[in-house]
Structure formats: structure tokens, C-alpha cells
Design a protein around this ligand. Sequence first.
Ligand code: MG
Length: 435
Amino acid sequence: MRVKIKAIMKLFGTSGIRGIANKDLIQLALKIGLAVGKTYGNVVVGGDTRTSSPAMKHALISGLLAAGARGYDAGVIPTPTLALAAREFDAGAMITASHNPPEYNGIKLLNPDGAAFGSPQRRQIETAISNNSFDVASWDEIKSSSVYYQAIEKHIEQILSDFPGGFKLKVVVDCGCGAASVITPHLLRKLGCSVVALNCHPSGFFPHPIEPTESNLGDLMKATREFGADLGIAHDGDADRLMAVDDKGNFIPGDKLLVLFTQALEAKEIVTTIDASMAIDKMGFTVIRTRVGDTYVSEELKRGGDFGGEPSGSWIFPNISLCPDGIYAAARLVAIASRQKLSQLVNSLPSYPLLRGSISSNGIIISKLEPQLKTMEPLSVSNVDGIKLSFKDGWLLVRASGTEPKIRLTVEAKSEAKAHQLYDSGIKAIKECRG
Ligand code: MG
């Protein structure tokens, strides 16, 4: 048992805990409830649409109650909806595995400001679980659980207070049968849109992989074209992410959405990840770069910045919450599309060739590659996440894969030829080091 728990502990990363929803994960949910309930007296708990989410949620609430805390069941809701609800509590716990396949589940712990639990908070929970040090309240101190009904309504109200509505647009929404099903179509109708709902029954049986990438959104692109819609929107399983297609049915890359949101918000200082396109630097904004992962963007926004995002589809509006909010992003994108056709807007933005690939690491660690990569004579080197080399007309990023024994290589340049040249040089440098 000890070995199994240790194996699971490694999953308690910046995105919370993830794993196949088996006996170990359900037991872990109970232990996390016990550990969280030790420190946080009032905790709101929500879940995505996965079939294992109710079992996980009740296990976690059982732990909270046994520890003497109060647990509030907010039902099936997206993560950003739970993040807003957490304002009224000491903490929030979201049962979700985000964009992972349907047999997975997980737990993400949130603070009242919407930010994920930071490193010291996570270590505290991990230590309690590793040491099996749980206090169960005495019989006369155990609280009862309650239902918290208002989360979806309050999230919609919050968004409607920022947008006047009256948007006479046709929008195709693909919720992938995930948590957005319970909110995005309703919100868009309240904003005045005519909504074509694809996969908006919250069953937890995802009709396509739930990560909103171009290759997973073929039906959305086709429907947007065939219905003559103004735009199409897709979320991941817990709707903290949003990606979109334009009025021609073309997928809009996340780097383009990053610029569109930044412009619409009239943001002066924005936070994004080290792998985002250099297009954002060409627009005249002050850009702060973090490690890859929305948690790092959220952390940085605590220190300042008007808007944060990463090209994989996480958009953070710090005046609302420090949690990425795919639902708020949907309203913002509709407002943008109501002023000008998205295809025209996207085409007006700078575009640079980008290449992504990976190569077996053969056990070499990233820092060992730096001297060899520097022979490419970059203008500057950044170690924010992996090694990023900047050149006059492009950049190259080398990072270790978080899940496989591979080195990931990303390259962007002003021309196709330069992008391929940088990519080939990067691969050659890695091979020479790796042997
Ligand atoms: Mg997610």
C-alpha cells in the first residue's frame, strides 16, 4: 500500500492529482478530504461530468466531514465556476482530470482567489498523506454536508455584468459532453446568440478526445461551416480552457487568440508562457514569460499584469479570478466577433512558421545540452523552462517532456527556411550531446 501511495504522490503536480479512477484514486480522495479538512474549515467541492466524479466527490467530502470540516457539494460544474464559488469558502476542491481520457480522474485544490494550491500548501497535504497523520473529529464535532446550488447562476451573473449582451451571432458550441455543457450554451443564449449545441449533454462519455486541439475539432469546424455560423467554440473536460474556429470554419491557433484577447482587453502588461509565439512581442505589449503551465501564469499574475494566457487555450482574467476561465473567454470572444469577422481579424495578425517535434532523450538531462546549443550563437539564452535560444529572426526551445523520456523541441522563425534550419541545427546539437 505504501508503494502505491508513493506512486500516486508523484502525480500531485501543479495541475493537481491525476490518474486512472481506480481503488487507489478513490482512497486517495478520502485521504485528501481528511488532510484538507484539517486546515480548511469550509470547503466547496465540484466535479466534472466523468462517470467516476460522483464517487470521487463523495469520498473527498467524507474525508472533510470526518476531519470536522464542512463540505459543500456544488454539483457538476466547470473548474472556473468552482473557482468563483471558492471566494465564499476557505478552499475549493475540483474533481476533474481536465483533458485526460474519460477513464481518468483527479483533484485540483483551489484558493479563494481562484489560484491553484501553491507548493507549500501541496506539500502540507502530501506530508499528511505520507505520514498517515489524520485527525478524525470526535462524534460531537462532526459536521454535516450541504448542497451549494448557486455556483452556475453566480458565474453567469458575473460574466453578464461585464458584457451588455445583444450579440446577434450564431455560435456553434462543442462541449465534448464535459462540464461546459451545463453553462456555456445557456450563457451564450443570455448574451443574445443563436446557439448550435454539439455534444452538450453532460454524460462524461466524450465523443472525441476532450483536449481542444485542431485534430480533435473536425466536427466543430464542419458544423461552423455548414450552419454558416460566426464562430465555433470548444472547451476541455472541465472548461478552464477554450479554443475556437472562425467564421470560415478554420481553427484559430492559440497564439492568435492570445493576441486577440490582449487587444480586446486593452491590456498593457500580459503574462504568457515561454513557448508562446513571438507575434505577441511584435504587438507592443509588455510581455512577461513564465514556465509552461497555466499555474505559473496564474502565480505571476499575482505580482501584476492585466491578462494572462497560454496558447494551449488557458485564458486568465485576473479582475475576475486567477483560475483560467474558458466560460468568460467564450463571452469575450463573442464580443470580439460581434465587431468584426474573426477570419478578418485573424488574417490581420502577424504569423510565423512554427515547428514542434521530439527526440528520445537517451537519459541526457536538459542542462547538459546548453554548451552545445550555444554553439548556434544565439543573441540570448533563457532558462525559465528548459533552454530557450533567441536569434534575430527566430527562437528555439528545448524542454524535457513531463510524461515521456523525450526532449521536446519548438522552433519559430520569420521564414519557413529559417525555421527548418533552426530545427535541424537543434536536433543535430542534441544528437551530438546525447551520443
Ligand atoms: Mg482543464
